[in-house]
Design a protein around this ligand. Structure first.
Ligand code: AP5
Length: 218
């Protein structure tokens, strides 16, 4: 089963995808996390993508699609959750085409809907782990405040969470990514979930919408 998590910056895609992937024993593929890890490693990919990310712009499709194709070729699980990909129609079509060649397809698209003022509130107060990318915020604090509960990595504020860059990212989201809602609705794959409740209640709604409760690892 292949699932796409769609939503604006700050909607909770990363938080929910990590959790649902664990519950469904699926691979969590997050392009933003992969890019940030490459930047941390100081490798060629990191050098290429950093200039786009700090500005809140999309990384060019040839880089992003190439990265996803590499991941698809070595998928360890039969289930995968794509978080932050696809981000525009070209990427969606590239993903459909690549899966089609393997006689596979995107099964479900979870669109997490959150009001804009709440997105801005969450992003202005987000801290993430430099090592494993786990996000924290005022409603989901880490125990220590400076270190990650999961791996003890150092927490930091993403450079693209500065207010001006958040405004740019939201603009990019509404012009380039939001059209995918209609794209997947027309394919009858869209599951719309209210993302404004607690992390537990949103996770519960996603599992119910997916109809996958029977598959959850005990
Ligand atoms: P990416 O890392 O994908 O960022 P994003 O899509 O803007 O999403 P965010 O990570 O900001 O938010 P999220 O929805 O994951 O929310 P989170 O769970 O963290 O991409 C970054 C950049 O990489 C892009 O701008 C682009 O440059 C590049 N890029 C990535 N993919 C690309 C692609 N496909 N093509 C081209 N370029 C690409 O939660 C947010 C905060 O809210 C956290 O603090 C969290 O603790 C909190 N929170 C979560 N849920 C709740 C809740 N229910 N209640 C209260 N607080 C909550």
């Amino acid at each position: 089963m292949y699932i796409v998590f769609l939503g604006a910056p700050g909607a909770g895609k990363g938080t929910q995808a990590a959790r649902i992937a664990k519950e469904l024993v699926a691979e969590h593929i997050a392009t933003g996390d992969l890019f940030r890890q490459a930047i941390e490693a100081g490798n060629d990919l990191g050098k290429k993508v950093n200039k786009y990310m700090v500005k809140g712009a999309l990384v060019p499709d040839e880089i992003t699609v190439g990265l996803i194709m590499e991941r698809l070729a070595v998928l360890a699980q039969t289930r995968a959750i794509f978080d932050g990909f696809p981000r525009n129609l070209e990427q969606a079509k590239a993903l459909d085409g690549a899966l089609d060649k393997q006689n596979k397809a995107i099964d479900r698209v979870v669109y997490i809907r959150v009001a804009e003022d709440e997105l801005v509130r969450r992003l202005s107060k987000r801290w993430i782990c430099r090592n494993c990318q786990t996000p924290y915020g005022p409603d989901i604090p880490s125990r220590d405040g400076n270190r990650c509960d999961r791996c003890d990595g150092q927490l930091y504020q993403r450079p693209d969470d500065q207010p001006e860059t958040v405004r740019k990212r939201l603009k990019v989201y509404f012009s380039e990514t939001a059209p995918l809602i209609e794209y997947y609705r027309q394919q009858e794959k869209l599951l719309e979930v209210d993302g404004s409740g607690s992390v537990d209640s949103v996770a519960n709604n996603i599992i119910s919408a997916l109809g996958e409760r029977q598959f959850i690892a005990q």
